[in-house]
Design a protein around this ligand. Sequence first.
Ligand code: ADP
Length: 488
Amino acid sequence: MKKSTIWILTIVMALTFAGLLYMQFMYMEQMIDMRAQHFREGAKRSLYSLTTALEQNETKKYLEEDMMIIEQSIFDPAPGSVNMSTQEIQPYTLKSNKGNDLSDKITDYQESLKEQYLYQKGLLNEVIINILNQSSNRPITERADSAIVKSYLKTELENNGISIPFEYGIVDRKGHVVFKTEGFDENAPEREVVTQTLFPNDPEVRRHNIRVYFPDLGKMLFSSIKFMIPAFVFTLILLIIFVLTIILAFRQKKLSEMKNDFINNMTHEFKTPISTISLAAQMLSDDSVRKSPTMLQHVSTVINDETKRLRFQVEKVLQMSMFDRQKATLKLQDIDANAAIENIVNTFKIKVEKYGGKIDSRLDAEDPIVNVDEMHFTNVIFNLLDNAVKYRKDDVPLELIVTTKNINDKKIEITIQDNGIGMKEEDVKKIFEKFYRVSTGNRHDVKGFGLGLAYVQKMVTELKGHIRAESKLGKGSKFIITLPIIND
Ligand code: ADP
């Protein structure tokens, strides 16, 4: 798959996921809004019924009281009070009265009804004015008795499908709490409180509000969207899997690119010695060459060198193929690290000096015995020294320092330091990965497979040690190996 295709897929999928998550959020938000609105409507309806019932109760009570007073005044009229005998307010009864004709009787009856109506209207007006004046003067806690309000509110809320606990408070026009139930929170957030005016027909200055607070409203609203949570979690899981898949796709892509580079490099590395050897073979078939011992010597040296080079490359590839097999079979033995390194350094000196450089060794470890496979141990040190030569600066003579020291009574530290081209910090983190090659390190004259350090790390780990690198671009690099030592 092309890199651009992976990118397009990533962008499309990312947009789809963002859209999906956004829609789920919106849906949840809307559900909560709708539930909250529905709840408020129910609560408002209940409160309205409560205030109407309170008003009706109060009116009924006053009506009964006033009617009693009026009835008394009718049966026992005080001077100056409404004056009408029982006889007068009694409904007109048709008596058989000889001498009056029917039309007179009807007129009298109508007159009597009219008077009765006017009288009762006057009475009612008087009662209503009384109610209006007297009732709003009474303390609100008497008018809205807490027990009645609580039980009435409970019933009304339940009728409207609201069964969560509530607390309420009665506040005056200025917002001072006149009465409150135990759990009422004056500072509760507005969205958890529903307010309604009690006795809305009172004069404005004496008006009170009832504020009902629902402490569990948030929980109730949340529980209404609980069923959406699994869907949300599944989307998140999908998103995580998608991100992982994309990362894997990119890694895979990079790995396949590295493998391609590896094959290209390998072909190059093999092609040169093969063509040199084939040229040498052609020369050998020439009589003049065969007859000259110096030429023969020269051709045999070339063949020897090139075969060595070829063997070295094959060895590297073989080292690498070992990775894919399971555990390497190591022939472990106790060796003196100082002595082994000294040997390698001596062999390597010629190569370093050939490039005008020098190699120093400071092998100070007092307990240098390590339990390793000698061949692999030599390869490890050799690979690191070889890299130092490969990635040297062209204009500065190479300076290589190899040291050993004990860092505690259990470990030995081996360092190989150069003054070569160095690496960037982000490259240092990756150089131990298979096939990884630093692009700037990919000098036209330095070919490699990006396998050397991967092999080194694998071996050091197999030998229960640890390797790390420190490097500064343009300054040089230092490879530090720690290995367990064998104490006597
Ligand atoms: P190769 O040398 O075959 O490319 P290695 O695994 O040995 O592969 O090294 C990986 C990369 O690390 C190299 O391509 C090079 O860029 C960088 N590197 C290794 N050793 C050094 C060093 N001593 N100085 C600078 N860069 C180095």
